[in-house]
Structures are given as structure tokens and as C-alpha cells.
Design a binder for this molecule. Structure first.
Ligand code: KIV
Length: 264
């Protein structure tokens, strides 16, 4: 089975084939998702909420993500593995370099950072040093206290324009993938069409180049609550494997997310 790489993801976008992604935190789930042909596995700092039971992602450390990345890597043969850089682990360029090196050494093939323009130099520096980077815009959970809660971003024109500008700047800085979280579908569509790199959405409508869900939300077992943008795929499936396949098939066929999972 051919490994998914940054080139594969780019080709999927060029062919118009949707990218299906899930989070995972251990070898067993990673192996199951990999066997069902998921394209991308993210070791998200969402682990703070779904594994540790916190209200946000802020307590997650680089060592936490490195540990779970090593577990996921062992279960993965085909999927592309991305590790989240946790809160404040890339506050300076030097911190970003050292911490990204740890995550890459643990088994990641790319790191993900949350934020816009302030990250341009850091992203360029990481890419120049051989670390592929995924951006993350919109509702960036590490800034939850700045936003005053987990709220849809980009509903006002000014805010939407800032997200679009940031997306273009991140692409120019060298990100090879971009996650858009909880923004109006129309804004996500505009960005996906404007960028050459693949754009993965979560609560960003059906027009992005792919979708990602937190695995606990997709199985309907999250400790806290079920976000509007997610769907419980176990409800109509007999087992976890069929649920994963149903999710992947729905993403590839543009059946997920529906309007009920999206924002205007
Ligand atoms: O931490 C995470 O799981 C994420 C996804 C929601 C994109 O960043």
C-alpha cells in the first residue's frame, strides 16, 4: 500500500478527490483507521479534552503529544501523520524549532500550528529546516479565552477578510496544508478555491478539499458535548470499523458535512 505524502494530498486536491481525516491518539485506533484507508491522522491537542477531560486544550504539553504521536505512528502504515504543536510551544521561533523537532522525531510527518500572520517567520523557518507545516485558522481552540468561548469565527466581513488574507499569507509562507475550523461555509469555499494547497475543514462546510473530525465525536463518545459540526457515525453502523468506513465514504462523496453540520 502506497504511503500518503504531501504530494499525494496535493494530487487529491488537483483531482478533486476529497481528503478524509480523523484524530487518533493510540496505536489501536490508528491501525483501524489506517486499514479503512483514512488519508490523514492528526494527533490533536484535542486530547486535552477527549482523553484528559479538560474544558480546553491549554494544559496539553509537547511531551503529551510526542507520547501519543509515537503510539499512533506504530499503528500507521499508510496514512499521513500530523502532530499538533500545543499551546505556547511555538511562542518563539526557537521554541517552535526545538518542539517541532521532538514531534518529528516521535513519528510525525508534519506539525500543525494555530494562527495567522504572527506565525509567518516561524513557518518559513520550520519549512527551511525540513519540517512540513499545517496551518489552522478560524476557531483556533488555543485562543478560546481570547474569543470568549468556542464561537464561530468570520461571520463579520472584517473578520472574514482577515481569515482569507491570513490563509493566503500562510500558503505563501510555506504551509502545505490548512485546517479551517468553524467558519461560514462561503468563506471556507472562497479560501479552498483561492489556495493551491489542500484545505481541510471542520465546521467549515462541504466545499473544502477534505474534512476532519475528532474521533470521539465521530463515534459519539465525547466526554463533554457533541459539537453541531460533528456526526455520530456509530448510530447507523454495527461496529466501529463500519462507522469509520461510512465517515470516509460520506466525505469522499460530499455527503458530509450537510447543511445541519455547517455555519452561515
Ligand atoms: O486538536 C484537534 O483535534 C484539532 C482538530 C479539531 C482539527 O485541531
Amino acid at each position: 500500500m502506497k504511503k500518503v505524502t504531501t504530494s499525494t494530498l496535493m494530487q487529491l486536491k488537483q483531482k478533486g478527490e476529497k481528503i478524509a481525516a480523523l484524530t487518533a491518539y493510540d496505536a489501536s485506533f490508528a491501525k483501524m483507521f489506517d486499514e479503512q484507508l483514512i488519508d490523514v491522522i492528526l494527533i490533536g491537542d484535542s486530547l486535552g479534552m477527549v482523553l484528559k477531560g479538560d474544558d480546553d486544550t491549554l494544559s496539553v504539553t509537547v511531551d503529551d503529544v510526542a507520547y501519543h504521536t509515537a503510539c499512533v505512528r506504530k499503528g500507521t502504515s499508510r496514512a499521513f501523520v500530523i502532530a499538533d504543536m500545543p499551546f505556547m510551544s511555538y511562542a518563539s521561533k526557537e521554541q517552535a524549532y526545538g518542539n517541532a523537532a521532538k514531534l518529528m522525531a516521535s513519528g510525525a510527518s508534519m506539525v500543525k500550528v494555530e494562527g495567522g500572520e504572527w506565525l509567518i517567520e516561524t513557518i518559513t523557518g520550520l519549512v527551511e529546516r525540513g519540517v512540513p507545516v499545517c496551518g489552522h485558522l478560524g476557531l483556533t481552540p488555543q485562543s478560546v479565552h481570547v474569543f470568549g468561548g468556542f464561537k464561530v469565527q468570520g461571520r463579520e466581513n472584517e473578520q472574514a477578510k482577515k481569515i482569507v488574507d491570513s490563509a493566503i499569507k500562510l500558503e505563501n509562507a510555506g504551509v502545505q496544508l490548512l485546517v479551517l475550523e468553524c467558519i461560514p461555509s462561503a468563506v471556507a469555499k472562497l479560501i479552498s478555491e483561492a489556495l493551491k494547497i489542500p484545505v481541510i475543514g471542520i465546521g467549515a462546510g462541504v466545499s473544502t478539499d477534505g474534512q476532519i473530525l475528532v474521533m470521539h465525536d465521530m463515534f459519539g463518545i465525547s466526554a463533554n458535548y457533541m459539537p453541531k459540526f460533528s456526526k455520530n457515525y456509530l448510530t447507523d453502523s454495527n461496529d466501529m470499523r463500519s462507522a469509520v468506513t461510512a465517515y470516509i465514504n460520506d466525505v469522499k462523496a460530499n455527503r458530509f458535512p450537510g447543511p445541519e453540520h455547517s455555519f452561515e
